[in-house]
Design a protein around this ligand. Structure first.
Ligand SMILES: [Fe+2]
Length: 242
């Protein structure tokens, strides 16, 4: 699989109205596939990782959870389409409603949405570079993005941050299971415990039912802190909403 140009069609689960609504629809449609709570004793907390230097210094105007298409552009980002989804869980295994999951990553050329990024001259203007999703009752989040690529000194990874009620609850990075570069990555190597590595390393599974090809990555994020109380929909930190 190579170009998002031929693989940018929405997954068949999608209902073809607005992009925002269809992405939310898929997130809701997957609710029934996950057990709720209960398995707390089996859950490992998601390991923290450094934020790194490339959290966007200027957030894009489009901050939705579809990073493949910026605003209403007809040209999608270049890269291997990936459907990244999962749940945000508290330390006891309960789903967390009202958490904002943010992701950011470099484009297919290794350039970040940051003025200090390397390779900035080759940045793919069709890649959003950053997106966020507000979880509902089952704690689910959903993104459409590209499969991360390596850049000098780093294994492929997606940065992630979870905020709630104005507080940062977790900052970490997600890696591709089976990627040989993980073993030599200086930041991944800081995770000495196998469980910690497992908590930020997932399969990127080819989706054979998607024309042109795509990958699915499932990643549950288990917070090590109890989310703050309050009405998340009135207090959650959402800046620069589109
Ligand atoms: Fe990075």
């Amino acid at each position: 699989m190579n170009s998002a140009t031929r693989s940018s069609r929405p997954h068949p689960f999608f209902i073809p109205f607005s992009r925002r609504r269809l992405l939310q629809s898929l997130a809701l449609a997957t609710t029934g596939f996950w057990a709720h709570g209960a398995l707390a004793e089996m859950l490992a907390l998601t390991a923290k990782q450094t934020e790194g230097p490339f959290y966007p210094d200027h957030l894009p105007l489009d901050t939705d959870n579809d990073l493949i298409v910026v605003n209403d552009s007809l040209t999608p980002a270049t890269g291997d389409i990936t459907y990244l989804s999962g749940r945000v869980l508290g330390p006891n295994g309960d789903p967390v409603r009202g958490a904002t999951v943010e992701i950011w990553q470099c484009d297919n050329n290794g350039a970040y949405l940051h003025t200090g990024s390397g390779n900035a001259g080759r940045r793919d203007a069709n890649f959003q570079g950053y997106g966020r999703f507000l979880t509902a009752g089952a704690g689910e989040y959903f993104f459409r993005t590209i499969k991360p690529v390596p850049y000098p000194g780093r294994a492929p990874h997606i940065h992630a941050k979870v905020r709630m009620n104005g507080r940062e609850l977790l900052t970490t990075q997600l890696y591709i299971k089976g990627c040989a570069q993980n073993e030599t990555d200086g930041i991944y190597s800081r995770l000495h415990d196998a469980k910690a590595r497992e908590s930020v390393t997932v399969n990127f599974t080819p989706m054979r039912d998607v024309k042109g090809g795509a990958f699915a990555a499932k990643w549950d994020i288990v917070l090590g802190v109890t989310p703050p109380d309050g009405d998340p929909h009135t207090r959650v930190d959402v800046r620069n909403s589109r």
